[in-house]
Design a protein around this ligand. Structure first.
Ligand code: PNS
Length: 164
């Protein structure tokens, strides 16, 4: 028998820019929290795209929404994700999948990470269908143009979006 993965009793990393966190992200985090002993939500400090919210705001909004999940921690990282995973001794990266359109990018990222770090596995969790269209970019656009985002993001984020 080949390698066996015991996904329970393990640490997983859920990375992203979370600019800002949406109900879709929270859905993935709560699914991950049921599968793993510890989930580290890893917020990238400087993503390739410029963020609307500062690192500390993005982390604060996440922390506010995750108070009910004691096995979930919020942290930040710089540089390569696999280096951060190794630093935290996590062997699993979680990514959410919404629709087929996510697949190309996620496939490329997972295989690139596997090439660099074969010991780290990427696991995809399917988001609830209610959030399959949801993205942080659209949330920001709707908020900027005066639309109602209260069904798309948690209350703490609605407040922050009203300020920008
Ligand atoms: O929420 P996002 O923007 O889809 O998250 C993308 C993220 C932050 C997970 C990804 O860009 C990342 O891991 N960046 C760190 C740099 C890195 O490791 N690059 C190699 C992976 S292809």
């Amino acid at each position: 028998m080949g390698k066996r993965y015991l996904i329970f009793m393990k640490k997983a990393i859920y990375p992203g820019s979370f600019d800002p966190v949406t109900n879709g992200h929270l859905d993935i985090i709560s699914r991950a929290a049921q599968l793993f002993d510890e989930v580290i939500v890893a917020v990238i400090r400087n993503p390739d795209k410029k963020t609307k919210f500062s690192l500390s705001k993005r982390k604060k909004m996440l922390k506010n929404c995750l108070l009910g999940l004691p096995n979930v921690k919020v942290n930040n990282f710089d540089g390569l994700l696999i280096d951060y995973a190794r630093l935290r001794e996590a062997k699993i990266i979680i990514r959410g999948l919404r629709a087929v359109s996510d697949f190309d990018y996620e496939f490329q990222m997972a295989l690139t990470n596997r090439k660099m770090a074969p010991e780290i596995e990427t696991i995809f969790l399917m988001t609830d269908y209610r959030y399959s269209y949801l993205s942080s970019s659209f949330v920001k656009q709707i908020a900027r143009l005066g639309g109602d985002v209260s069904a798309l993001v948690p209350g703490a984020v609605v407040k922050e979006l009203r300020r920008i």
